[in-house]
Ligand binder design. Structure first.
Ligand code: SF4
Ligand SMILES: [Zn+2]
Length: 164
């Protein structure tokens, strides 16, 4: 199994795939991915082992889950690797990570950026930092802070030094 941390949708009792299939070694894996859907938040989960939220409930006995619990915070995805970090979804819109894009904040082109479809426009970002800066401009929620993430200057200097 991929390992994005134990508290992911792939191990959560609110995930339809966990409810219906063997846990924690679901086979066939393709079907597990295909039917992964959060029944609490009613949202498709396309990357179950790298998606998280604070309503996580370990899925050993999904039948005993609380089905009407209050939603707690944002769904998060694994961000670009700078150490393991989590970045918030835009409500039920999922950011796509590690793909080529042009940053809508600074104009930098990168092979490993972040993209999100927001109001039918595809927005790109060079770093977790610039994604979070955009996200804060839309959501005004201080549960995330841009300066907790690597700046483009730090990230691209580090990549140059390591020859990536
Ligand atoms: S979004 Fe939260 S509640 Fe839903 S399956 Fe994932 S971890 Fe569980
Ligand atoms: Zn940028």
């Amino acid at each position: 199994m991929p390992n994005g941390g134990p508290d992911c949708c792939g191990n959560c009792s609110h995930n339809k795939a966990v409810q219906e299939m063997a846990h924690p070694q679901p086979e066939p894996r393709e079907r597990f991915w295909q039917i992964s859907h959060c029944t609490l938040r009613n949202v498709k989960v396309s990357n179950p082992f790298w998606t998280y939220c604070k309503n996580f409930n370990y899925g050993k006995h999904p039948e005993s889950r609380t089905q009407d619990e209050q939603l707690n915070g944002w769904i998060t995805a694994s961000g670009l690797y700078e150490g393991y970090v989590r970045i918030p979804w835009d409500h039920n819109n999922e950011p796509h990570v590690s793909i080529p894009t042009t940053c809508s904040i600074c104009g930098r082109k990168t092979d490993e950026g972040i993209e999100i479809n927001h109001n039918d426009a595809i927005l790109g970002f060079c770093t977790n930092r610039h994604y979070i800066e955009w996200w804060l401009s839309v959501h005004h929620d201080d549960s995330f802070q841009a300066d907790h993430f690597e700046s483009p200057e730090e990230r691209f200097k580090r990549k140059k030094l390591s020859g990536i």
